[in-house]
Write a protein that binds this ligand. Structure first.
Ligand code: DC
Length: 233
């Protein structure tokens, strides 16, 4: 097949919460010399808007009003290859990892008005440049034509343990059973929602990282991308 010289490269990485998508995607994108688009941060920004403005993130009508009126404008910038997420022009990156913001993101992400708005921005960005995009619906909805599709997963127990260790090492208190319970709840919300639920694309490579270290996973991901790239050229 002839190589399309000017078409940007797109790599889709989907998977459940705490599968390590963000950190692995950051590292992989750096190795490949392309930008990483963290789409979860965009849903989190809309969730943050709801929390900060007394809007119920579980109210579809309220979210339709927010999006329809352009009250929660999400945009992105990159500094030294790192994504900066802006909400109405303000850098909100440092707020997005809060637990409450994650829960609000999961709630607002159920609604088509929110999804259409953010998916549109994601597609526009991917048209302009080579990107590694991580999320829940990248291989299935945002970029079904992506060059490489990976579904990164691990057992709920392994993911909960990683999340718990992360929280403890950041100096905060946590307990493993609660983290596991929350994670199972989030999985169920993300996989059972009506619009664009989390699932692997039919042509995605599923990578279970339960028994793999960060470095092992990263080198497997690099192998997968290089193999697909070679097959395309
Ligand atoms: O990846 P994350 O934990 O930052 O995502 C936060 C929430 O956003 C998650 O519960 C599901 C939702 N999300 C989504 O629906 N579609 C995406 N492409 C990315 C995230």
């Amino acid at each position: 097949m002839e190589k399309e010289v000017n078409r940007p490269l797109s790599i889709a990485i989907d998977g459940p919460v705490s599968a390590g998508k963000s950190t692995l995607s950051d590292a992989l994108a750096r190795k490949l010399g392309i930008l990483h688009l963290d789409t979860g941060a965009m849903y989190r920004a809309v969730g943050l808007y709801a929390l900060e403005n007394g809007i119920n993130p579980a109210s579809e009508a309220a979210l339709e009003e927010v999006i329809g009126n352009g009250w929660a404008a999400v945009s992105l910038e990159y500094t030294d290859g790192m994504q900066i997420t802006l909400l109405n022009g303000q850098n909100v990156t440092h707020r997005l990892r809060e637990e409450a913001v994650g829960a609000a993101a999961s709630a607002v992400s159920r609604y088509p008005a929110v999804r259409r708005y953010l998916v549109d921005i994601q597609r526009q960005l991917a048209r302009k440049q080579s990107l590694l995009i991580d999320g829940r619906d990248i291989g299935t909805v945002v970029l079904p034509e992506a060059d490489v599709k990976i579904f990164l997963t691990a057992s709920p127990e392994a993911r909960a343990l990683r999340r718990y260790t992360q929280i403890i090492s950041s100096g905060k208190k946590s307990d493993y059973p609660t983290v596991l319970q929350e994670l199972i709840k989030r999985d169920s919300q993300d996989t059972s929602r009506k619009h664009d639920p989390l699932r692997p694309a039919e042509d995605a490579v599923v990578l279970d990282t339960s028994a793999l270290s960060f470095e092992e996973t990263l080198s497997k991901l690099l192998e997968l991308v290089e193999a697909k790239r070679d097959r395309k050229t």
